[in-house]
Design a protein around this ligand. Structure first.
Ligand code: PAF
Length: 278
């Protein structure tokens, strides 16, 4: 695996890949890799000849009270996993490499950036869209893969690629789960043993909502409120549980099909996200 931090050097190496007529799949990450990321790398290999990953903890997408400084950085272990997964190029820029001057031009996503995660984390999706646009300009991949666990992020980036007419196919990878159903996430490492044992309840309440909807329940607000109450009585602080339309994340009405239940709830220190398509 070739590791680059310098933008010009990576560009030159990827230009050679393109000259050889090889296609490029790109998986951007913030490191602290787990089986969910590795599954994206493996899928990437099926979509293109050459897989490029990036590791960059992007300050722009963290709020002032969020965990930027404490975000787990595990570069050596990440490299071993990426090598084993067949990644050919790793782009791991420093802040100076990627933001040599303060980033004053931003990619401003539309209304979707203010709902759900965006309501709790103002500016988050602007920071994500801006860094991914920069990474796309540098790597110029044919396909890019993002996990479905961050459902709203995937939607923001897919819409961005479409509206800016980027010639990049955006692919959503299925969420990888622990045996007990907990969605894998870098932030799970913040859970203590008691919280870790409690954590699968998030996916369980989403399964319960899904089953109720499949059984014909259409009072979505009540279903979600009951699920939030269940979590909160078990020590969670729930930001939202909501049934949305898959295509635009607008709150679903009783006649909508292709739904997704999205949820974010704090358990101890970390906020856990999960979702379930119906
Ligand atoms: O999902 C992530 O890890 C990040 O939001 C991303 C897409 C790498 C942008 O920093």
């Amino acid at each position: 695996m070739h590791i680059f931090s310098n933008v010009a050097e990576l560009r030159a190496a990827l230009a050679r890949v393109r000259q050889q007529g090889r296609s490029i799949a790109f998986v951007p990450t913030m490191g602290n890799l787990h089986a969910g990321h590795i599954s994206l790398m493996q899928q990437a290999r099926q979509h293109a000849d050459c897989v490029v990953a990036s590791i960059f903890v992007n300050r722009l997408q963290f709020g002032p009270n969020e965990d930027f400084d404490k975000y787990p950085r595990t570069f050596e272990a990440d490299c071993t996993q990426l090598r084993d997964a067949g990644v050919e190029f790793l782009f791991a820029p420093t802040e100076q490499d990627l933001y040599p001057e303060p980033q004053t031009y931003m990619v401003e996503p539309p209304e979707i950036q203010h709902m759900l995660e965006g309501e709790v984390r103002p500016g988050h999706f602007r920071g994500v869209a801006t860094v991914v646009m920069k990474l796309f300009q540098i790597v110029q991949p044919d396909v890019a893969l993002f996990g479905k666990k961050d459902y709203q992020q995937l939607m923001v980036l897919r819409n961005m690629a479409q509206q800016f007419m980027l010639p990049i196919k955006i692919i959503g990878g299925e969420t990888v789960r622990a045996d007990d159903g907990l969605a894998l996430s870098s932030r799970n490492s913040y859970l203590n043993a008691t919280e870790r044992a409690e954590a699968p309840r998030l996916q369980q309440v989403l399964q319960g909502i899904r089953q109720a909807v499949l059984n014909g329940q259409r009072n979505y607000e009540q279903l979600c409120q009951e699920a939030a109450d269940t979590l909160n009585t078990h020590g969670w602080q729930t930001d939202y549980i909501s049934i949305r339309r898959q295509q635009d994340l607008v709150p679903a009405g009783p006649d909508d099909r292709h739904l997704v239940i999205v949820a974010a709830s704090r358990l101890g220190i970390p906020r856990l996200l999960d979702n379930l398509e119906i």
